[in-house]
Design a protein around this ligand. Structure first.
Ligand SMILES: C[S@@+](CC[C@H](N)C(=O)[O-])C[C@H]1O[C@@H](n2cnc3c(N)ncnc32)[C@H](O)[C@@H]1O
Length: 267
């Protein structure tokens, strides 16, 4: 049976969260030895509590850390095609426990970094451990404390992927409010390469250009999933110029990469 179908049955029975929690316990056991080894070898690396790691990425310390370094460089490389990364204000929206943003000050020293997330525990950990970055706790609803036209760049790595249709629209408007005219919005989404994961019914919705949402769990949590047809995203991005839409090809053994959308605020 298609895994999407199984996950939808677990959602309908309201036990997906429980299954996901059991999966977390299983991963704790699976990675115990390698994670202990990583800590012994890298005592200087601060790591968030296990569930925060699991919830926002994967419970493999080495992968969490090295992928964070790689993702930060990958982000800088993409952004540098469109903007000079000097003296800018940059927001990581949906920063989780800082997997990516923690590495950015080393790559672009003259920029100011901010992180915001709706997960209180992640933001508490970030505030206590990543002192070079300013963190903010936001609600699930689209409300940020920053003034209009404040940021030069906002990025959200795998955040839209956990939100409803309504929240896509509301957050897009809020992110654009705090982004300067001419500023860059960088978002990832589960685009056409994720179609293979959908059930037949979901594929029909996707092919009509509508957002596919798998809910019935807490919105924003890793088990809440959204899938993004290109035409849906193009309709979402108003008052903007799409600078790039990249659909990276899947690489065997590395999971399906998310689409990259790089948008410029035009007014
Ligand atoms: C898959 S994790 C990605 C975390 C981080 N961007 C990274 O790449 O490691 C999704 C993140 O989005 C956050 N999130 C979900 N809904 C949110 C919202 N409404 N506002 C801010 N963050 C949200 C979650 O708390 C979580 O940290």
């Amino acid at each position: 049976m298609n895994r999407g179908k199984i996950s939808n049955i677990l959602r309908a029975l309201h036990i997906l969260y429980l299954i996901d929690w059991l999966h977390f316990r299983y991963e704790k056991i699976k990675y115990r030895k390698t994670n202990n080894f990583f800590c012994e070898q890298n005592p200087e690396v601060k790591l968030p509590p296990d569930y925060l790691l699991y919830e926002s990425y994967q419970l493999n310390y080495k992968k969490y850390f090295t992928d964070g370094v790689e993702s930060a460089q990958w982000l800088v490389d993409h952004l540098s095609k469109h903007v000079t990364l000097e003296g800018l204000k940059i927001l990581d929206w949906g920063c989780g426990p800082g997997r990516l943003v923690r590495h950015l000050p080393l790559l672009t020293e003259s920029c100011e970094f901010y992180g915001s997330d709706y997960n209180q525990k992640s933001i508490e950990w970030c505030k206590d451990n990543l002192s070079e970055i300013s963190f903010n706790l936001n609600p699930l609803n689209a409300e940020l404390p920053y003034p209009d036209n404040f940021f030069d760049i906002i990025y959200g790595y795998s955040v839209l992927t956990h939100l409803s249709e309504e929240k896509h629209r509301e957050w897009y408007a809020e992110l654009f409010r705090v982004l300067k005219p001419g500023g860059i919005l960088f978002l990832t989404a589960q685009g056409k390469h994720y179609r293979i994961k959908l059930t037949e019914k979901e594929k029909k919705i996707f092919d009509l250009g509508d957002l596919v949402v798998r809910g019935k769990v807490k919105e924003g949590h890793r088990t809440y999933s959204a899938f993004h047809p290109e035409s849906y995203m193009l309709k979402l991005f108003t008052k903007a110029e799409v600078l790039e839409h990249i659909e990276p090809e899947p690489v065997s053994g590395r999971g399906i990469p998310q689409d990259i959308w790089i948008i410029k605020k035009t007014m």
